[in-house]
Write a protein that binds this ligand. Structure first.
Ligand SMILES: [Zn+2]
Length: 427
């Protein structure tokens, strides 16, 4: 990349505030509820079951909200989930949402996790389901991000979310995504955290300095024929968000690899980001680099000398803290920088040797940067600041490169890139 991305002191201080000790205490407190299975909702007590855990999460957010100068509010999104083919009865769902109001209307960002869990039988509300990695790790990251961010002001509004009902069908996230869509909430990005606590895989590989970011290829409703024609199949909004994470985070979390995985989720798996993608929102998912399937969705037991179960001793709290820093760096940049241009086009007017781009202005932007890369490159390779304009021409072949536009402000903060969709310009 030609343009060096600089760290902003305010974001540096937020990232530095992330504590592995607090992450550990959140994770172990959640495990302490015995189970967070959806079907423990009727038998929950203040110290056990899923709604004991929910009430504890609400209490943590309430304490964090007290540091926000009245800008953070906490609520639950409750509804009755009807019986499905996988379940034997209706069940009450209750996601926890803390909203940190931004200073400018019209932009909302989400950091999420799910707090329900499963020990193999996802409808058994009576067994022991520790869920230390899946997904107390994600909840610990969301609460810790809220702690370090709530005292600060952002342009965008931020939702810190702990979903219910992920394990049985992404219920809580689908319910909230539908609600936000119906209300025309301007959700520009969702960072979902699910299984981010393990630094040693079941294959024996240890890697504590990397995280996987999953991004979908073709967004909902895309015109596959046009996408094929223009070669835009690798530039969904989710993928631009994933690239933004890859370009932004190294300035704040050095010596840590953002590993791009260009698929919606792991094979045979899914997550809450998919509920948001289905409703047309831009979303990505973070996952630890190497999973251990003996410690996911397993009854706690020893069998043939193998210890099964999702227990805290298999979680690396220092690693969760690093994953949290990744989230805070990306989320704070998104909510402080100008928003990406709503629309950008690569204007095609006859054949030529250069590239002419036009884009919509972003509020608060003081300049724009055109980024480009070879068609077979994964990440943006070049960037050129073209000043405070909404149209520019570069002496770069429009046939051989893919283009995008980022909005910049005076502090050097950058938005994600908006893919420049090729469009015919009438002579
Ligand atoms: Zn999960």
């Amino acid at each position: 990349m030609d343009a060096k991305l600089l760290a902003i002191p305010l974001i540096v201080s937020m990232v530095a505030g992330v504590s592995a000790d607090r992450v550990r205490s959140t994770d172990t407190a959640l495990v302490g509820f015995g189970t967070r299975n959806d079907f423990s909702e009727t038998t929950s007590t203040p110290t056990s079951g899923i709604f004991g855990a929910r009430d504890w999460i609400v209490k943590q957010f309430d304490a964090i909200a007290a540091t926000s100068g009245g800008r953070m509010t906490v609520r639950t999104d409750d509804y009755l989930q009807p019986k499905t083919a996988r379940t034997r009865r209706d069940v009450t769902e209750s996601s926890v949402i803390a909203t940190l109001a931004g200073d400018e209307p019209g932009r909302t960002y989400i950091i999420s996790s799910h707090y329900d869990d499963c020990h193999g039988d996802c409808t058994d509300g009576t067994g022991i389901a520790p869920g230390a990695d899946d997904n107390a790790s994600g909840v610990a990251a969301v609460l810790e991000a809220a702690r370090v961010m709530a005292p600060h002001h952002f342009k965008g509004t931020i939702l810190f979310v702990c979903f219910d009902g992920e394990e049985l069908g992404l219920w809580g996230s689908a319910h909230l995504a539908d609600e936000l869509k119906a209300e025309n909430e301007p959700v520009l990005a969702m960072l979902n955290n699910d299984v981010i606590g393990n630094s040693t895989g079941g294959n024996g590989v240890h890697e504590a300095d990397a995280i996987r970011v999953f991004s979908e290829g073709l967004p909902a409703g895309v015109d596959a024929k046009a996408s094929n024609l223009y070669g835009s199949e690798n530039d969904s909004p989710s993928r631009e968000l994933a690239r933004f994470v890859g370009d932004t985070v190294p300035a704040y979390v050095p010596h840590f690899t953002i590993r791009q995985i260009y698929r919606a989720d792991r094979n045979l798996r899914g997550g809450d980001q998919e509920s948001f993608q289905a409703d047309g929102f831009t979303a990505i998912r973070f996952v630890e680099p190497h999973e251990n399937f003996v410690h996911q969705h397993q009854n706690v037991r020893v069998e043939n000398g193998i210890a099964y179960g999702d227990l805290p001793q298999y979680v690396d709290f220092g690693y969760i803290a690093q994953a949290t820093r990744v989230n805070v760096a990306a989320l704070a940049t998104l909510a402080l920088a100008p928003a990406a241009p709503v629309k950008a086009n690569l204007l095609l007017k006859g054949l030529g040797y250069d590239a002419k781009l036009r884009w919509t202005p972003s509020a608060g932007a003081t300049a724009y940067e055109i980024v480009w890369r070879a068609t077979d490159a994964s990440m943006w390779q070049h960037a050129k600041n073209v000043g405070d304009v909404t149209e520019a021409t570069l002496p770069v072949s429009n046939d051989d490169y893919i283009f995008g536009v980022r909005a910049l402000d005076g502090a050097g903060l950058r938005s994600p890139a908006t893919y420049a969709l090729p469009a015919r310009e009438r002579p």
